[in-house]
Design a protein around this ligand. Structure first.
Ligand code: ADE
Length: 239
Protein backbone atom coordinates (compact mmCIF):
# COMPACT_ATOMS: atom_id res chain seq x y z
CA UNK A 1 0.00 0.00 0.00
CA UNK A 2 1.34 3.43 -0.84
CA UNK A 3 1.57 6.23 1.72
CA UNK A 4 -1.91 7.76 1.69
CA UNK A 5 -3.16 11.24 2.49
CA UNK A 6 -6.91 11.24 3.15
CA UNK A 7 -8.03 14.86 2.87
CA UNK A 8 -11.36 16.16 4.13
CA UNK A 9 -12.10 19.54 2.58
CA UNK A 10 -14.81 21.80 1.18
CA UNK A 11 -12.44 22.50 -1.74
CA UNK A 12 -11.38 19.11 -3.12
CA UNK A 13 -10.18 20.75 -6.36
CA UNK A 14 -7.29 22.30 -4.39
CA UNK A 15 -5.60 18.84 -4.25
CA UNK A 16 -3.07 17.68 -5.27
CA UNK A 17 -2.61 21.23 -6.65
CA UNK A 18 1.09 22.11 -6.69
CA UNK A 19 1.94 18.61 -5.40
CA UNK A 20 0.94 17.26 -8.83
CA UNK A 21 4.17 18.86 -10.16
CA UNK A 22 7.87 18.24 -9.78
CA UNK A 23 9.19 15.53 -7.44
CA UNK A 24 5.92 15.11 -5.51
CA UNK A 25 3.98 14.88 -8.80
CA UNK A 26 6.29 12.21 -10.18
CA UNK A 27 5.98 10.26 -6.92
CA UNK A 28 2.19 10.60 -7.10
CA UNK A 29 2.11 9.33 -10.69
CA UNK A 30 4.38 6.41 -9.88
CA UNK A 31 2.26 5.36 -6.89
CA UNK A 32 4.70 6.22 -4.08
CA UNK A 33 1.90 8.16 -2.43
CA UNK A 34 -1.79 8.60 -2.98
CA UNK A 35 -4.10 11.58 -2.51
CA UNK A 36 -7.60 10.51 -1.42
CA UNK A 37 -9.67 13.70 -1.33
CA UNK A 38 -13.16 13.73 0.23
CA UNK A 39 -15.69 16.54 -0.14
CA UNK A 40 -17.04 17.63 3.28
CA UNK A 41 -20.07 19.13 1.53
CA UNK A 42 -21.29 15.59 0.76
CA UNK A 43 -21.91 15.16 4.51
CA UNK A 44 -23.84 18.43 4.92
CA UNK A 45 -27.46 18.67 6.05
CA UNK A 46 -30.59 19.73 4.24
CA UNK A 47 -31.26 21.01 0.78
CA UNK A 48 -28.16 23.23 0.90
CA UNK A 49 -25.88 20.60 2.42
CA UNK A 50 -25.10 22.97 5.30
CA UNK A 51 -21.84 22.19 7.03
CA UNK A 52 -21.66 25.12 9.45
CA UNK A 53 -23.73 27.06 11.96
CA UNK A 54 -23.46 30.18 14.13
CA UNK A 55 -21.09 30.05 17.13
CA UNK A 56 -22.63 29.22 20.53
CA UNK A 57 -22.10 32.23 22.78
CA UNK A 58 -22.29 34.62 19.84
CA UNK A 59 -19.60 36.33 17.83
CA UNK A 60 -18.57 36.63 14.22
CA UNK A 61 -18.29 33.89 11.61
CA UNK A 62 -19.52 30.33 11.41
CA UNK A 63 -18.38 27.07 12.98
CA UNK A 64 -18.27 23.67 11.25
CA UNK A 65 -20.83 21.30 12.77
CA UNK A 66 -19.60 18.32 14.79
CA UNK A 67 -22.14 15.91 13.28
CA UNK A 68 -21.02 16.79 9.73
CA UNK A 69 -17.32 16.43 10.54
CA UNK A 70 -18.00 13.23 12.49
CA UNK A 71 -19.81 11.67 9.52
CA UNK A 72 -16.94 12.62 7.20
CA UNK A 73 -14.25 11.32 9.59
CA UNK A 74 -16.18 8.08 10.13
CA UNK A 75 -16.68 7.52 6.39
CA UNK A 76 -12.97 8.18 5.79
CA UNK A 77 -11.77 6.18 8.78
CA UNK A 78 -8.80 3.93 8.15
CA UNK A 79 -7.74 0.92 10.17
CA UNK A 80 -4.02 1.46 9.65
CA UNK A 81 -3.44 3.79 12.61
CA UNK A 82 -2.75 6.85 10.44
CA UNK A 83 -2.93 9.98 12.63
CA UNK A 84 -5.72 12.48 12.07
CA UNK A 85 -4.58 16.10 11.89
CA UNK A 86 -6.70 19.25 11.94
CA UNK A 87 -4.90 22.27 10.46
CA UNK A 88 -5.61 25.36 12.54
CA UNK A 89 -3.73 28.47 13.67
CA UNK A 90 -4.73 27.40 17.22
CA UNK A 91 -2.68 24.21 16.90
CA UNK A 92 0.72 23.16 18.15
CA UNK A 93 3.48 24.37 15.80
CA UNK A 94 4.39 21.81 13.12
CA UNK A 95 8.01 20.61 13.35
CA UNK A 96 10.33 18.49 11.23
CA UNK A 97 10.04 15.81 13.97
CA UNK A 98 6.26 15.64 13.30
CA UNK A 99 6.94 15.41 9.57
CA UNK A 100 9.39 12.53 10.09
CA UNK A 101 6.80 10.73 12.26
CA UNK A 102 4.01 11.19 9.68
CA UNK A 103 6.25 10.18 6.76
CA UNK A 104 7.40 7.04 8.60
CA UNK A 105 3.80 5.81 9.07
CA UNK A 106 1.08 4.67 6.65
CA UNK A 107 -0.06 8.24 5.88
CA UNK A 108 -2.26 10.93 7.43
CA UNK A 109 -5.87 12.04 7.52
CA UNK A 110 -6.03 15.81 7.15
CA UNK A 111 -9.07 17.82 8.19
CA UNK A 112 -9.18 21.23 6.54
CA UNK A 113 -11.39 23.85 8.16
CA UNK A 114 -12.87 27.03 6.76
CA UNK A 115 -14.89 29.68 8.60
CA UNK A 116 -14.06 30.25 12.29
CA UNK A 117 -13.13 26.61 12.86
CA UNK A 118 -14.53 23.22 13.80
CA UNK A 119 -16.67 22.39 16.86
CA UNK A 120 -14.17 21.29 19.55
CA UNK A 121 -16.19 18.23 20.62
CA UNK A 122 -15.66 16.29 17.40
CA UNK A 123 -11.91 16.98 17.55
CA UNK A 124 -11.83 15.54 21.10
CA UNK A 125 -14.02 12.56 20.19
CA UNK A 126 -11.73 11.54 17.31
CA UNK A 127 -8.45 12.35 19.13
CA UNK A 128 -7.49 14.74 16.36
CA UNK A 129 -4.03 16.40 16.53
CA UNK A 130 -4.37 20.17 16.14
CA UNK A 131 -1.44 21.56 14.15
CA UNK A 132 -0.47 25.07 12.99
CA UNK A 133 2.06 25.81 10.25
CA UNK A 134 2.93 29.25 11.64
CA UNK A 135 1.81 32.35 13.47
CA UNK A 136 -0.36 33.84 10.74
CA UNK A 137 -3.93 33.17 9.66
CA UNK A 138 -4.70 31.52 6.32
CA UNK A 139 -8.14 31.58 4.73
CA UNK A 140 -8.46 27.84 5.34
CA UNK A 141 -6.56 24.70 6.25
CA UNK A 142 -6.06 23.57 2.63
CA UNK A 143 -2.85 25.48 1.94
CA UNK A 144 -1.51 24.39 5.34
CA UNK A 145 -2.35 20.77 4.43
CA UNK A 146 -0.42 21.18 1.16
CA UNK A 147 2.59 22.44 3.12
CA UNK A 148 2.44 19.48 5.51
CA UNK A 149 2.09 17.01 2.62
CA UNK A 150 4.97 18.53 0.64
CA UNK A 151 7.24 18.14 3.67
CA UNK A 152 6.14 14.49 4.16
CA UNK A 153 6.23 13.36 0.54
CA UNK A 154 9.83 14.49 -0.03
CA UNK A 155 10.88 12.14 2.80
CA UNK A 156 9.15 9.06 1.35
CA UNK A 157 11.55 6.37 0.10
CA UNK A 158 12.60 6.99 -3.51
CA UNK A 159 11.26 10.55 -3.78
CA UNK A 160 14.43 12.57 -3.27
CA UNK A 161 17.28 11.86 -5.66
CA UNK A 162 20.18 12.01 -3.25
CA UNK A 163 19.56 10.45 0.17
CA UNK A 164 22.22 12.78 1.59
CA UNK A 165 20.33 15.96 0.80
CA UNK A 166 17.63 14.81 3.23
CA UNK A 167 20.06 14.18 6.08
CA UNK A 168 22.12 17.34 6.20
CA UNK A 169 19.49 20.05 6.10
CA UNK A 170 17.93 22.72 8.27
CA UNK A 171 16.35 21.37 11.50
CA UNK A 172 17.82 17.87 11.19
CA UNK A 173 20.37 18.76 13.90
CA UNK A 174 18.37 21.58 15.51
CA UNK A 175 20.26 24.24 13.55
CA UNK A 176 19.53 26.15 10.35
CA UNK A 177 21.65 25.14 7.39
CA UNK A 178 24.87 26.91 6.36
CA UNK A 179 24.82 29.16 3.23
CA UNK A 180 25.35 27.60 -0.23
CA UNK A 181 27.48 28.76 -3.15
CA UNK A 182 28.17 27.56 -6.69
CA UNK A 183 30.11 28.80 -9.73
CA UNK A 184 31.16 31.33 -10.86
CA UNK A 185 33.80 31.77 -8.13
CA UNK A 186 33.32 35.52 -8.48
CA UNK A 187 30.01 37.11 -9.39
CA UNK A 188 29.29 40.87 -9.54
CA UNK A 189 32.31 41.56 -7.32
CA UNK A 190 31.27 38.95 -4.74
CA UNK A 191 33.58 35.99 -4.15
CA UNK A 192 32.75 32.49 -2.96
CA UNK A 193 34.41 32.07 0.49
CA UNK A 194 37.99 30.83 -0.13
CA UNK A 195 37.63 27.91 2.25
CA UNK A 196 34.99 26.28 0.01
CA UNK A 197 37.50 26.18 -2.86
CA UNK A 198 40.37 24.90 -0.67
CA UNK A 199 39.65 21.19 -1.03
CA UNK A 200 40.21 20.81 2.73
CA UNK A 201 37.13 18.80 3.65
CA UNK A 202 37.66 18.92 7.42
CA UNK A 203 38.09 22.70 7.34
CA UNK A 204 35.00 23.05 5.11
CA UNK A 205 32.91 20.95 7.51
CA UNK A 206 34.12 23.10 10.43
CA UNK A 207 33.32 26.34 8.55
CA UNK A 208 29.86 25.10 7.62
CA UNK A 209 29.13 24.16 11.22
CA UNK A 210 30.22 27.62 12.43
CA UNK A 211 28.02 29.25 9.76
CA UNK A 212 25.06 27.09 10.84
CA UNK A 213 25.55 28.26 14.41
CA UNK A 214 25.91 31.92 13.38
CA UNK A 215 22.79 31.92 11.19
CA UNK A 216 20.74 30.12 13.86
CA UNK A 217 21.92 32.53 16.59
CA UNK A 218 21.07 35.58 14.43
CA UNK A 219 17.78 34.46 12.93
CA UNK A 220 16.31 31.98 15.40
CA UNK A 221 17.15 32.76 19.02
CA UNK A 222 14.51 30.18 20.03
CA UNK A 223 16.27 27.33 18.17
CA UNK A 224 19.66 28.59 19.38
CA UNK A 225 18.57 28.51 23.04
CA UNK A 226 17.24 24.95 22.61
CA UNK A 227 20.48 23.92 20.89
CA UNK A 228 22.58 25.38 23.73
CA UNK A 229 20.56 23.64 26.42
CA UNK A 230 20.73 20.32 24.51
CA UNK A 231 24.49 20.51 24.00
CA UNK A 232 24.98 21.49 27.68
CA UNK A 233 22.80 18.57 28.78
CA UNK A 234 24.59 16.01 26.61
CA UNK A 235 28.06 17.22 27.67
CA UNK A 236 26.94 16.93 31.34
CA UNK A 237 25.70 13.39 30.63
CA UNK A 238 28.95 12.46 28.90
CA UNK A 239 31.11 14.01 31.64
N1 ADE B 1 -5.60 27.50 8.97
C1 ADE B 1 -5.59 28.85 8.97
N2 ADE B 1 -4.40 29.31 9.35
C2 ADE B 1 -3.61 28.24 9.62
C3 ADE B 1 -2.28 28.07 10.06
N3 ADE B 1 -1.48 29.10 10.32
N4 ADE B 1 -1.83 26.82 10.23
C4 ADE B 1 -2.62 25.76 9.98
N5 ADE B 1 -3.88 25.86 9.56
C5 ADE B 1 -4.38 27.08 9.38
Amino acid sequence: MSWTATILTLFPDMFPGPLGQSLAGKALNSGVWCCDTRDLRAFGFGRHHAVDDTPCGGGAGMVMRPDVVDAALTAASRNDGAPCVYLTPRGRPLTQADIRRYAAGPGVTLLCGRYEGVDERVLEAHAVEQISIGDYVLSGGETAALVLLDACVRLLPGVMGSAESGVEESFSNGLLEYPHYTRPAEWNGRAVPDILLSGNHAAIARWRHEQSERVTRERRPDLWAAHLSNTTRSSVQEG
